[in-house]
Design a binder for this molecule. Structure first.
Ligand SMILES: *Cc1c(COP(=O)(O)O)cnc(C)c1O
Length: 456
């Protein structure tokens, strides 16, 4: 089944020739190369050293239907044999692109009926950037160029993605953000609002958007962009009422509302999209990751009729990629969605395994290191603190404990990610109750071990 790789040689070549994503190259060199993942099945990944690891992250927030779906391999092979590639520049399109666009529209309840394809989440947000500014220009309000986003938001790694995003460390590399992006506070109750009622804190964070709109002049603001639940920022689930307040502010000032659904889309929160769970209505969505469950690189924007009607008055919209609507990626994404429907994975997250994970996470609340364990659907986080009462962090600053617990979890057979001092979780939507139990057990025993290390 599994090929006989020379793992030591691959690690040597990795250090010599391969530059990984978002990584410290020197650290990888000192480690003697990255961990080599050779195969995967269901909710498990396997590495070259013979370890089987429960994937608590769905790859990178994306393998929603789990690994090992040979049906998707068959669809890809069939499509490659029939038509491996054609573009959408030449007044041409392929059947999978049309059918996938139609399907995605239906998942929005046909509220956002027009679909533009890209290959990554970052590219989808670049599309938002250009499309929104072009829209306002055509509409006769060319001054509306400013995007409002949030500190600690993640919108990708391209120039527009990093600029729209609110990651300080990313801004510091490459002289970003580009002009025209304003960042306001995030609705991160555990870190920034614990002395307040959560609902009141959510309203306060929403009002920061209105204050910024007024400060820069409403006539200059193009759009607000946000992840329904911030993912890479540390699974920040906004207090209820936050998104309703944000939406009301956008409507009050005639500003477009963009939902970055790259993580929240495709069942993660128990609906097709996170905005459906959180109860607001965006004008544009960016989606990627779960769209194909990571089996192919593909992303999309779903856009309102109102916006596209305006774009239709402007001649060519000179934007698009060689791989926009790639037929193999589109065919795989379409079948991925069909599998989610056939297996009722959305309902399963909403009614069954999402609540099951929430209950299991709640059992961690009695652990001395746990400040908060939270989740929505199948996305969650465990905040690690040195003092449960005050929420103080180990060593007096964030980021000391998270990587220790993460490394212990991985050594104990669970792949998770540490974001500052939280362990974040995003397992495949097919995860069983038994696998949730073992995920929680591994976190608990890793926290126990970390307690000994951190006490020193
Ligand atoms: C991952 C992510 C992106 C970027 O997607 P890429 O495919 O890595 O370019 C954008 N927005 C959000 C919310 C993401 O989680």
């Amino acid at each position: 089944m599994s090929r006989n790789y020379d793992i030591a040689e691959l690690k040597r070549l990795d250090v010599a020739h391969h530059l990984p994503a978002q990584q410290d190259y020197k650290l990888i060199e000192d480690m003697g190369g990255s961990r080599i993942i050779t195969r995967a099945d269901g909710c498990y990944i396997h590495d070259g050293d013979g370890n089987r690891i429960l994937d608590g992250m769905s790859g990178l927030w994306c393998v929603n239907i789990g690994y090992g779906r040979t049906e998707l391999a068959d669809v890809a092979a069939e499509q490659m044999r029939e038509l491996p590639y054609y573009n959408t520049f030449f007044k041409t399109v392929t059947p999978p692109a049309v059918l996938l666009a139609t399907k995605i529209s239906s998942l929005t309840g046909d509220r956002l009926p027009h679909i533009f394809f890209n290959s990554s989440g970052s590219e989808a947000n670049d599309t938002v950037f250009r499309m929104v500014r072009h829209y306002w220009k055509l509409k006769g309000e060319p001054k509306r160029t400013i995007f409002i986003s949030r500190h600690n938001a993640y919108h990708g790694s391209t120039v527009a993605g990093v600029s729209l995003g609110g990651m300080k460390a990313m801004h510091a590399q490459g002289d970003l953000p580009i002009p025209g992006v304003e960042h306001v506070r995030q609705p991160y109750w555990f870190n920034e609002g614990r002395d307040m009622d959560p609902i009141a804190f959510g309203q306060l964070c929403a009002s920061a958007i209105e204050e910024r709109i007024i400060a820069v002049g409403p006539e200059n603001v193009a759009a607000f962009i946000g992840e329904p639940v911030q993912g890479a920022g540390g699974v920040i689930i906004p207090p209820s009422g936050y998104w309703q307040a944000v939406e009301a502010i956008c409507r009050k000032y005639g500003i477009l509302l963009v939902a970055d659904e790259v993580i929240c889309g495709f069942g993660r929160t128990g609906n097709w999209f996170g905005h459906q769970t959180l109860g607001f209505s965006p004008d544009i969505i960016s989606m990627a990751k779960g769209l194909s469950s990571g089996y192919m690189p593909i992303s999309a924007n779903a856009v309102s009729k109102e916006i596209v009607d305006v774009l239709k008055t402007g001649g060519d919209f000179v934007h698009g990629y060689t791989y926009s609507g790639h037929p193999v990626a589109a065919a795989v994404a379409l079948r991925n969605i069909e599998i989610m429907e056939r297996e009722h994975l959305i309902e399963r997250v909403r009614d069954d395994v999402g609540p099951y994970l929430a209950n299991a996470l709640a059992t961690l609340n009695d652990h001395p290191l746990v400040g908060e364990a939270r989740s929505l659907g199948l996305i969650g986080a465990v905040e690690i603190v040195s003092d449960k009462e005050t929420g103080a962090r180990f060593g007096g600053k964030e980021g000391n404990a998270g990587p220790i617990v993460r490394d212990l979890c991985i050594a104990n057979g669970l792949m998770v990610r540490a974001i500052r001092d939280s362990i974040v979780l995003c397992p495949p939507l097919i995860i069983s109750h038994e696998q949730v139990d073992s995920l929680i057990e591994i976190i608990r025993s890793s926290l126990d071990e970390a307690q000994e290390v951190l006490a020193r």
